[in-house]
Design a protein around this ligand. Sequence first.
Ligand code: NDP
Length: 246
Amino acid sequence: TQIFSNKVALVTGGSRGIGAAIVRRLARDGAAVAFTYSSSPGPAQELAQAINAAGGRALAIKADSADAAAVQAAVAQTVAAYSGLDILVNNAGILLRGTLDEFSLENFDRMLAVNVRPVFVAAKAAAPHMKEGGRIITIGSVVAERSAFPGASIYSMTKSALVGMVRGLAIDLAPRGITVNNVQPGPTATDMNPADGPHADIITGLVPLGRLGKDDEIAGMVAYLAGPEAGFVTGASLTIDGGYLA
Ligand code: NDP
């Protein structure tokens, strides 16, 4: 049997990038995986169809993370479709840049609405469905520890917020045997941070291993945290960054 046979996962923002890699990995290892998307219905449906055609179980759910009712409904739909919920991965996130003089209050609110608030909303909705051994994992970022470039203050703030939230949720849910952890990727090749983007060379130059991370590598750390071996890891923020913070 596979490691996640009989497990149900929900991944937010699973249509592209790191989230899609997490969906593929958990499905490959036997989980039934629901995932949300917002503005990429095509890639979302293709991903779900590919997994189902290969004998896996996947379900794409449209749910804008900024809409709390939609996030709650996605949790409910997952539980209804697959009879439970064991693993929640809060991956959906956006990167809006701007220095203090440029960054608008609207964008500040938008960043919190997509990167922070739905992590609370989803955890609150999901935890009551989880049994002992449940897993809540968030995707933070190394920017919680090193902002590095101008114009990243609010993005960095949202990822730092996750560090604190995960510590607190880990303590709250520990009596029920549910672990809560945060994965902090360094620069990873996705649409958000393209390997052929204008700043890719500068960014790669800051990574001792001399390359961007791969979405599958981030998914591997998520799979570890989601699995039974990680039962004693909770409240942690784990870095996977090619040495960027070293
Ligand atoms: P991408 O931009 O490539 O993908 C973002 C994903 O999030 C998409 O599936 C997108 O779905 C979804 N998403 C965005 N906004 C919303 C929303 N409002 N509601 C629901 N889903 C949404 O980003 P990455 O894969 O690079 O990033 C994934 C996570 O990893 C983010 O939290 C990011 O901050 C973090 N991260 C990324 C790093 C990198 O270098 N790439 C480094 C460190 C952390 P859709 O298109 O359907 O809206």
